[in-house]
Design a protein around this ligand. Structure first.
Ligand SMILES: *Cc1c(COP(=O)(O)O)cnc(C)c1O
Length: 412
């Protein structure tokens, strides 16, 4: 091995051989082997049992009848996990963006006016998908430092509610913004507006109950709090969304991103394209890990609160004024240094953090505490390293972040 493995989750598959996998994989064969601990807000760390599941012998997903029941089993567990009997779960072979694009491709018809709730980079970005599929996006833009105010949205809709559907982001990851979907979705529904909710970076780290808050399409990804590798999108599609698709006057301008193309896979025993069976074994195991972890939401909440306290007490400023996600913490790059200096310093300490992009590029640093990243000892190491790096950059800090983090965690 070239690199010392620095974390529990990163124990080394390269030196092992699993049944059916043939000889042990050697780093010399040109594989990408990391020497840092991923603490980014996606992709997140992947547990060893998920990596083992990914390496099982391959099946032929089209010809093996067991593969259909295997897929249905995952989908039914997703439906149960999100508390719904009305929604159908679907799995698409493509990173989280494919699921989001598929939702817009399938829902948007030329001429549709679509309400795009924008208080973050992903929120605004949804307007591009609307335009791409021939709709007219109408942006409802509010402060990026705070969640969307339900009563302000209510007043806006009282004056104008002629929308084919609306789009909303639960956790807007580049800023760490958390919108209150439990308050916002019912307001949109009162005006008969179906809602697409991007929950890619909140789901599995924060509770979402589709019985209580029936988002019409809920978009999920494999690589955030679920802690499987990037590559899969999951969606939960409700009756009002299917009805809108059934009523289309024009065909969906995509095959790969068509939800109706995937809808009847179980009945017809037919997938529109060959499914990524290895990725889906990883997904199955990652979902098992979540299902057997009843304390998962509580843990995310406690670790997030302790992380915010550590950053604040050290004198750093959080990007958000209100609306904090339990899955990611975002702080402003302090005066006197740059995001690059902090990120490269952290990487030298063996920890990968993230900057941000679009209007937030260069302005903030993000710590992803979701899924397998959401473990006290990993965040403890992260804050110890961050303290060292910022001190080395001569940024004055008012408290020891590792100590505050541990204290707050103990109190919670
Ligand atoms: C990660 C993420 C996605 C998927 O997009 P990436 O290509 O992984 O950036 C979509 N929406 C949100 C809110 C996300 O955090």
């Amino acid at each position: 091995m070239n690199h010392e493995v620095k974390n529990g989750a990163g124990s080394n598959a390269a030196s092992r051989s699993f049944p059916g996998s043939g000889a042990a994989i050697r780093p010399a064969s040109g594989l990408l082997q990391v020497s840092y601990e991923l603490m980014t807000p996606g992709p997140t760390q992947v547990a060893e049992n998920v990596r083992q599941a990914l390496s099982l012998p391959c099946v032929n997903p089209d010809l093996d009848p067991d593969f259909y029941s295997f897929t249905e089993g995952i989908c039914h567990d997703l439906e149960r996990f999100f508390h719904t009997e009305d929604h159908q779960a679907l799995i698409l072979s493509g990173e989280g963006i494919l699921g989001i694009e598929a939702a817009f491709a399938s829902m948007t018809e030329p001429g549709d006016r679509v309400l795009v709730l924008d208080n973050g980079v992903y929120g605004r970005g949804n307007a591009d998908f609307v335009s791409l599929y021939g709709g007219t996006p109408v942006l409802y833009s509010t402060d990026y430092h705070a969640p969307i105010d339900p009563s302000a949205l209510e007043s806006y809709l009282a004056a104008d509610h002629g929308f084919a559907f609306a789009a909303l982001v639960h956790c807007d990851t580049p800023s760490g913004m958390l919108n209150d979907i439990d308050a916002l979705v019912p307001i949109l529904h009162r005006y008969g507006i179906p809602v697409i909710v991007d929950a890619v970076s909140s789901a599995f780290g924060m509770p979402i109950d589709l019985e209580k808050t029936p988002a019409d399409i809920l978009c999920l990804g494999s690589q955030k709090a679920l802690s499987a590798p990037p590559g899969l999108s999951m969606l939960l599609v409700g009756p009002a969304a299917w009805e809108k698709m059934d009523r289309r006057r024009t065909p969906i301008a995509s095959f790969y991103a068509s939800l109706p193309a995937m809808r009847n896979y179980a009945r017809d025993q037919w997938f529109p394209y060959t499914m990524p069976s290895a990725d889906m074994n990883g997904l199955r195991q990652a979902l098992n890990n979540v299902l057997s972890d009843p304390g998962i939401f509580l843990r995310h909440g406690k670790l997030a609160a302790a992380s915010r306290a550590a950053l604040r007490e050290a004198g750093l400023s959080l990007y958000e004024r209100a609306g904090f996600s339990d899955t990611v913490s975002v702080f402003l790059v302090p005066d006197g240094t740059t995001d690059r200096e902090i990120l490269s310093g952290m990487r030298r300490e063996g920890i990968l953090l993230a900057g941000s992009f679009d209007v937030l590029a260069g302005k903030v640093i993000r710590i992803g505490h979701m899924g397998e990243n959401a473990r006290a000892e990993k965040l403890q190491r992260t804050f110890r390293a961050l303290q060292k790096v910022l001190t080395g950059l001569e940024i004055p800090l008012q408290a020891d972040m590792e100590q505050v983090f541990l204290e707050k965690l103990q109190e919670s």
